[in-house]
Ligand binder design. Structure first.
Ligand SMILES: Cc1cc2nc3c(=O)[nH]c(=O)nc-3n(C[C@H](O)[C@H](O)[C@H](O)COP(=O)(O)OP(=O)(O)OC[C@H]3O[C@@H](n4cnc5c(N)ncnc54)[C@H](O)[C@@H]3O)c2cc1C
Length: 345
């Protein structure tokens, strides 16, 4: 366990905001968690910080930042068709995905190159290129910060939804995720990946241009890494948290109303009947929010959804820009734009 006071968080958040926390504790084991529980640390104002790639510090954090550095990965069950892996919350997600692809385990390849730690992936049910992490999680283990006990809940109990889970609601601040169990399918190295992983035109276009068939796990993984490298701000060079906003879920009636103003607005079906998801980026693009600068921050050169810290902007400046974009979106659509990132005041 490592403890420090008046800790700079600048290198610990991908927005690269120069914020401080009064105290910072890095825990390496469940034993450490029990120790800080006994010292009543969880009775104070605390914040769990993974890789800091989905968090905006508007101000300094006056409480205690707890970083779960719980490492380790192991196969807990295996048969001819599937493999079940338990991984510590502090393990790096990108490395885990890369490892799974190397083993020819099917599933996580579409979630390549998403920064951060494994422990945060269930929190917002990370997703990319038509895939959500919930499809592969069998259970999540957490330390209950109110009782000091370890608990494990099933996929169903996690109440996963689009960029949402129980960890953002009922268990917010009550659960420090310690480990996650994933079930992946074993696949053949040279066998074509199932069609359901090729839903995004961007991927199929890239594959057609750069690879011959069959499109294997590795080819899809490499394509996604390359597309993301080309499209997204490079972590460490430009401050961002990827998509700042979620895509609104609206009724079909509301969607029809929006079509009058945006006749070509796409929509995606959802699990709920009569509810569709619309792409925020499409509307923000129409409103001129791609590659727009406002002071030291702005939106990304290639993507209007990504608020970017270009020149040492403060958390407050970034937050002000987020509010300006939300207002513009609302004024033009009548729909409230929610943030995907976690804003810490
Ligand atoms: C360039 C870029 C691209 C991105 N692309 C995507 C994308 O395609 N899809 C996507 O879904 N996201 C994307 N993100 C967002 C982000 O990478 C993910 O949400 C990631 O899972 C966050 O992990 P983290 O460890 O950095 O979490 P943090 O930012 O540290 O924390 C995020 C939230 O989870 C909580 N938390 C973290 N760890 C734990 C834990 N162990 N127990 C309980 N709560 C915890 C925190 O308190 C906070 O509320 C992107 C970010 C960047 C910078």
């Amino acid at each position: 366990m490592k403890l420090s006071k008046n800790k700079s968080l600048k290198k610990l958040n991908t927005f690269m905001v120069d914020a401080y926390s009064n105290q910072y504790i890095e825990v390496d084991s469940v034993k450490d968690l029990k120790e800080i529980f006994d010292k009543k640390v969880f009775n104070e104002d605390f914040l769990i910080l993974g890789g800091g790639s989905n968090i905006l510090f508007v101000n300094d954090f006056k409480g205690i930042v707890i970083h779960p550095n719980l490492l380790g990965k192991g196969i807990v069950e295996e048969n001819k068709k599937t493999v079940t892996i338990k991984i510590g919350a502090g393990e790096n997600w990108e490395k885990f995905v890369e490892w799974s692809v190397h083993q020819n385990y099917l599933g996580l390849q579409n979630l390549a190159n998403i920064p951060g730690d494994c422990g945060a992936t269930p929190v917002q049910n990370i997703g990319a290129y038509g895939v959500e992490v919930k499809n592969f999680i069998t259970s999540v283990e957490y330390f209950n910060t109110k009782t000091g006990e370890i608990k494990e809940i099933t996929n169903k109990e996690c109440k996963f939804r689009y960029r949402n889970s129980i960890f953002k609601h009922d268990l917010k601040n009550n659960a420090l995720i310690t480990a996650i169990t994933f079930k992946l399918e074993k696949w053949e190295k040279d066998k074509a990946i199932p069609e359901k992983y090729l839903q995004y035109k961007g991927i199929t276009d890239y594959l057609e241009k750069n690879y011959s068939k069959p499109y294997t796990i590795k080819k899809v993984y490499d394509s996604i890494c390359n597309i993301r490298d080309e499209k997204l701000p490079k972590v460490g060079k430009y401050g961002s948290c990827g998509s700042t906003f979620t895509n609104p879920l609206i009724s079909e009636v509301e969607y029809k109303r929006l079509l009058e103003k945006y006749p070509e607005l796409p929509n995606y079906t959802t699990e709920n009947e009569g509810v569709v998801k619309i792409p925020t980026a499409y509307i923000l693009d129409k409103l001129g929010w791609k590659n727009k600068r406002v002071g030291k921050c702005g939106t990304w050169i290639k993507h209007p959804l990504i608020v970017t810290n270009y020149e040492n902007a403060t958390g407050e400046e970034i937050y002000n820009l987020i509010q300006i974009i939300q207002k513009d979106f609302f004024d033009n659509t009548g729909i409230r734009l929610n943030t995907e990132i976690n804003i810490i005041f």
